[in-house]
Ligand binder design. Structure first.
Ligand code: FE
Length: 209
């Protein structure tokens, strides 16, 4: 058997993945960044093809990964995770919280504890995702706050759904496990896509409240 809950036991981190194509800066949230070898110093990232940042990295071969810490606020996740860089400038009004690395790509200095820049040496097509292998070109520690894990995000950063008044009759809603968006109604349509974080209906849980 394959129990999907098993994969929630993996200790994923959370990262802002950034890229620059011409004058366009963009970024998204990923939970898959890891060092593969030290000499040469190489890292891997798996990026969903639906992200505009994915296309920019495929084209330019250059990116940065900002490592989110336990100081990261939900606003960072909303800014980089719940909107598309195709129609928004995710860095608008955010200038005080970013710096430009040696590769010209912005990295995030707020709610992060380090960043790593990479130059792509391989891009492997895995259906919904591309696995990028990259040579490290720059890496710096920014703060000593502990890194935010995926589990920490769910326990401490994502807002808790509001409790319903006790007197009211029980109502069934579906809550997005990723961002907390509430779908009013039951059942949730199979093809429903979360309007905030774009995750599918399978990432919603049925809640009576
Ligand atoms: Fe969502």
């Amino acid at each position: 058997m394959v129990d999907n809950l098993t994969f929630q036991k993996l200790s994923y981190g959370l990262f802002v993945l950034t890229a620059k194509d011409g004058e366009k800066d963009n970024g998204c949230i990923i939970n898959t960044a890891a060092q593969i070898t030290v000499d040469p110093n190489r890292i891997s990232i798996a990026v969903n093809k639906a992200n505009y940042t994915h296309d920019m990295i495929l084209k330019t071969g250059v990116f940065s990964v900002s490592i989110l810490s336990e100081k990261a606020t939900f606003d960072i996740f909303k800014r980089f995770g719940f909107q598309s860089g195709r129609d928004t400038d995710k860095f608008a009004g955010y200038e005080a919280n970013v710096k430009r690395g040696e590769n010209g790509v912005l990295y995030v200095t707020e709610g992060t504890n380090a960043f790593i820049s990479g130059k792509v040496v391989d891009a492997l097509d895995y259906g919904t995702h591309t696995l990028f292998i990259a040579e490290v070109t720059e890496a710096e520690v920014l703060a000593e706050d502990p890194s935010a894990t995926y589990a920490y995000y769910f326990a401490n950063i994502k807002p808790k759904p509001a409790a319903a008044p006790a007197s009211e009759e029980k109502k069934v809603v579906w809550v997005c496990k990723i961002c907390g968006y509430v779908y009013e109604g039951d059942p949730i349509p199979e093809d429903f896509i979360c309007p905030l974080c774009k995750h599918p209906a399978s990432d919603f849980e049925r809640v009576e409240r």
